[in-house]
Design a protein around this ligand. Sequence first.
Ligand SMILES: NC(=O)c1ccc[n+]([C@@H]2O[C@H](COP(=O)([O-])OP(=O)(O)OC[C@H]3O[C@@H](n4cnc5c(N)ncnc54)[C@H](O)[C@@H]3O)[C@@H](O)[C@H]2O)c1
Length: 272
Amino acid sequence: MSRLDQRIAVVTGAATGIGRATALEFAREGALVIGADVDTDALAETRQAIVDIGGRAETLFLDVADEDSVTTFAAQLRETHGHIDVLFNNAGVDQEGGPLHEYPTELFDRILSVDLRGTFLVSKHLIPLMLDAGGSIINVSSMSGLAADLDRSGYNAAKGGVTNLTKAMSIDYGRHGIRANAICPGTIETPLVDSLAGSEDEASGQQFRDAQKWVTPLGRLGTPREMARVAVFLASDDSAFVTGESILADGGVMAYTWPGKMLFESGWKPAS
Ligand SMILES: NC(=O)c1ccc[n+]([C@@H]2O[C@H](COP(=O)([O-])OP(=O)(O)OC[C@H]3O[C@@H](n4cnc5c(N)ncnc54)[C@H](O)[C@@H]3O)[C@@H](O)[C@H]2O)c1
């Protein structure tokens, strides 16, 4: 018996990266996966990948930042399935915008509207589908929701909000048997990192990855599947008494007080 047999699991941002990997992992564990995204072409590839491993998947267009789109999505789920068991709030965007006094207000609004407001909207309209039987909500925050990055105040504000919104959900719905937890990934090799820093083939992307490996105690970036395994834990009964928690999965980056010897000892720098 797999850990998510008989469960219906919604995954937002399922077209690429952590969302696709989690959709696949949920399907491997026996769930019927409802993958949702704005990018319907890439979403179809996720669906095919699930079918190829013998899993069950449905896909639907969803713009988490648009409440009409979210209510339509919720109505479709209610009509076809009546309830859901797992909600993986993962859709997100990120972009550098400069120091706060130069940070474009439109960028701040866009990141907040997808990463934070999107998590709120999808939860607001899908929680009614969990009220009868309970379930598990997993919000994808970030280590950037626990501390800050240069030039990324919008993302830091959004993910900080997601971390605390998770606690609010756990309190509001504990008596309904709905748990809510967050995953705070470190730097994970996905298209988002390519768009922020450049791909592995580009000099800027290579430099970024080298620096990330250097500051990460485990000496490497994380993989989408490693985040997906944490999501399986939080979705399953293995975490039955865990709620309101944020789990860091960052290779140890946030374990530092400051980089200390790393700044001076050349032995630290080579990580690969
Ligand atoms: N990759 C990392 O290093 C990292 C680190 C910490 C947190 N995260 C978070 O993990 C989540 C997944 O990111 P990823 O790295 O897999 O990036 P990604 O760009 O590969 O995936 C993000 C997905 O969200 C979708 N999306 C964007 N806007 C949407 C919207 N309005 N409605 C529906 N779908 C939308 C995209 O189409 C894409 O499929 C994000 O919330 C991100 O902030 C990523």
